[in-house]
Design a protein around this ligand. Structure first.
Ligand code: PMP
Ligand code: GLU
Length: 397
């Protein structure tokens, strides 16, 4: 479509959103689709958070908010970072946005000049590469493999750095692999960044609370590089608030001011009601978060056991988030009813149409041998889904 800008023509559609959309379309036709494509908790937002939102409506929190968010919410975020993460920020270093997605986009837009390199370990979260494209940056991928639990080493990082490197961008716990970097592993990456003072680091910590191994470790905890780290976090995952659209970043004041300026020209502050709800979430105990995490751990163990029994599917045990990222390349080249499965996308479409289970192609996350399966669904749905997947795969020859 030539009348559209090159910017939008070059942009790929989000595969997570596309697969969720295809799943919804089949559901609307009356088909019993199990949606394991979209990464969102299936739990309800905690009651006290919902109550705070209702109260905010009654109390007329209906006006524009400061672009970076209500000061009391930003102060609660400062307290959270101090108490839970041992990190010191001031409230003017916090920018609240319409989800962590906007916080990520803000940071990329404010840091990357056309042609500058951004290092991204693969597999990565689907929107990173497209945000970098919008900023006209060059993405440099580092391959993390299943053998190394999908984590990169300091040597790999060092080898990817050039004089043109501006930014490094990663998530831990990771979407799509569930891998969690330990404090020691982050220390080895931080030591590399210490030697390269012009590189900034976006640390996407949105799955912080869905971590089954250790206490969450943040790369911002290394003082020598903290000033160059942009922490991204939000309420979507920990508080089951995906639709409320509240995320935030914490960074040095210059970057925070730049993001405030950008946001002030594009969206302004996020919803006043959602911000009041988010404040209630951070002012309460972590009980609901811990309960949800324990439930996710049970489901992870369940699905791991089931997936290991599916022939041709190579799976690792994720330490966090709520995804499996199994290798499925053994099925490429096989066919059903005359239709050949050439890649992971074909396999996902086959699973959607044949097994009525929606998943996402690994290609969207930078690994074409895998597919992503979200286990943010009820146990009986998960059991049914894996059994359907197994049955459908067995039909391929
Ligand atoms: N980062 C990662 C790694 C994610 O999986 C997601 C998806 N929720 C986001 C950021 C964006 O989250 P939000 O709903 O806060 O925009
Ligand atoms: N982050 C979730 C996912 O990875 C939600 C979808 C999206 O925002 O792209 O599925």
């Amino acid at each position: 479509m030539t009348f559209l800008s090159k910017r939008i023509n070059n942009l790929s559609e989000s595969q997570t959103i596309k697969m969720a959309k295809l799943g919804r379309e089949l559901t609307a036709k009356g088909i019993d689709v199990i949606n394991l494509s979209f990464g969102e908790p299936d739990f309800f937002t905690p009651e006290h958070v919902k109550e705070a939102a209702k109260k905010a409506i009654d109390e007329n929190y209906s006006y524009y908010t400061p672009v970076s968010g209500y000061p009391e919410l930003r102060k609660a975020i400062v307290e959270k970072l101090k108490n839970e993460n041992g990190l010191t920020y001031t409230f003017d270093q916090i920018v609240v946005s319409t989800g962590a997605k906007q916080s990520l986009a803000n940071a990329v837009m404010c840091l990357v000049n056309p042609g500058e390199e951004v290092i991204v370990p693969t597999p990565y979260w689907v929107s990173y590469s497209e945000m970098i494209k919008l900023a006209e940056g060059e993405t440099v991928f580092i391959n993390a493999t299943v053998e190394n639990d999908f984590k990169i080493t300091a040597d790999q990082l060092e080898a990817a750095i050039t004089p043109n490197t501006k930014l490094f961008m990663f998530s831990s716990p990771c979407n799509p692999t569930g891998s969690v970097y330990s404090h020691e592993e982050l220390a080895s990456l931080a030591a590399v960044f210490e030697k390269h003072p012009n590189i900034y680091i976006i640390s996407d910590e949105i799955y912080e609370h869905i971590n089954f191994v250790d206490k969450h470790a943040s790369i911002a905890s290394f003082d020598a590089i903290k000033d160059r780290v942009i922490i991204i976090n939000g309420f979507s995952k920990a508080y089951a608030m995906t639709g409320w659209r509240v995320g935030y970043m914490a960074s040095n004041t210059e970057i925070a001011n730049a993001c405030d300026k950008l946001q002030g020209q594009i969206t302004s502050g996020t919803s006043s009601i959602s911000q009041r709800a988010a404040l209630a979430a951070y002012q309460s105990s972590l009980d609901s978060v811990v309960e949800m995490k324990n439930e996710f751990r049970k489901r992870r163990d369940l699905v791991y056991g089931l997936l290991k029994e599916v022939p041709g599917v190579k799976v690792n045990l994720p330490d966090g988030a709520f995804y499996f990222f199994p290798e499925v390349k053994e099925y490429f080249g096989k066919s059903f009813d005359g239709k050949v499965i050439t890649n992971a996308e074909d396999l996902c479409l086959y699973l959607l149409n044949e097994a009525h289970v929606s998943t996402v192609t690994g290609e969207a996350f930078g690994n074409e041998d895998c597919i992503r399966i979200s286990y943010a669904a009820a146990e009986e749905q998960l059991i049914k889904a894996v059994s359907r997947i197994k049955e459908a795969l067995a039909k391929l020859s």
